[in-house]
Design a protein. Structure first.
Lengths: 146, 146
DNA sequence: GTAGATGCAAATCTTTTGCTCGCCC
DNA sequence: GGGCGAGCAAAAGATTTGCATCTAC
């Protein structure tokens, strides 16, 4: 996995430095969806000298090259993940946990929608916000009304 | 439309002030998807005395009440629109134009996906990034590779 | 050797907050 | 009248940038 990503980088003309390799490895090891600051905090544990601006610069670089993907939780921070098999996210409204899923039917629908509008799909962002069935949301203090 | 939104506000216990009414009207008049600063700049044309913090406070208030919706273009700024009929967005990759669409089939799929995972859908965010068919993307300078 | 990358510090941009004054009900 | 809202200024948080130094190729 890591070698694969590093190859993608060199193929894209991205120079591999110690910092970039560490950031890439950090992303691979992370099975959640860290924001830039969290990537930095995880990376700095392994290399004290890495800096936050470098993390930002590297994440932007990798995103522009299509090697990682920026995802958005509407929490004001950009989060990142390596581009893997196509998948989308279901976010648990109560605890913020992120579940991943894949659905071919969904992709077909997107294609046909875009097609009807005269477009072809080149990317998409899909997030389902959901609540576990069976858990009532009325017996607890709830600020936001969905 | 405006009276309708104002009613939603009073129903939600939101006091209607001159500033809030102006912000709501600004949102209704806007057929694009303005960010907070743009809402502010549009509103200030009509009332010199309105302030940016008030715009932010009002937008958050309206969003928490479910009267407007925050949408995200991955450009680092939150954008807003009144909650209208359910719809999603297709973003033109070349010029950033936002098209809206509705598709029942899509909603059914989301329901069944969530259902399979033991969840029920309480919200969703869907954006298709597309390119107009027939327009080549190879004959022009292109920085981002999608 | 040289173009490009890094670290540091500071700037920038978006959004939020403390406080005082003013206005809606 | 009293509480809630507004404006101002400043803080806070996320992200970017200028510049001198260092490094991958």
């Amino acid at each position: 996995m890591e070698a694969e990503l590093l190859k993608k980088c060199t193929d894209a003309g991205i120079r591999i430095t110690a910092q970039r390799a560490l950031i890439i490895e950090t992303l691979i090891v992370s099975d959640d969806h860290p924001d830039a600051d969290l990537v930095y905090r995880r990376a700095v544990e392994r290399d004290q000298s890495i800096s936050l601006p470098t993390v930002y610069r590297t994440l932007n670089l990798l995103e522009d090259a299509g090697i990682i993907k920026k995802i958005n939780m509407n929490d004001g921070k950009a989060r990142f993940e390596p581009v893997r098999k196509d998948h989308d996210h279901l976010i648990d409204a109560d605890n913020g946990h992120i579940h991943e899923f894949q659905n071919q039917e969904l992709k077909k629908i997107l294609d046909s929608i875009a097609n009807e509008m005269g477009y072809e799909v080149i990317d998409h962002r899909i997030e389902i916000v959901g609540r576990k069935r069976g858990e009532s949301n009325c017996d607890c203090i709830q600020i936001k009304v969905y």
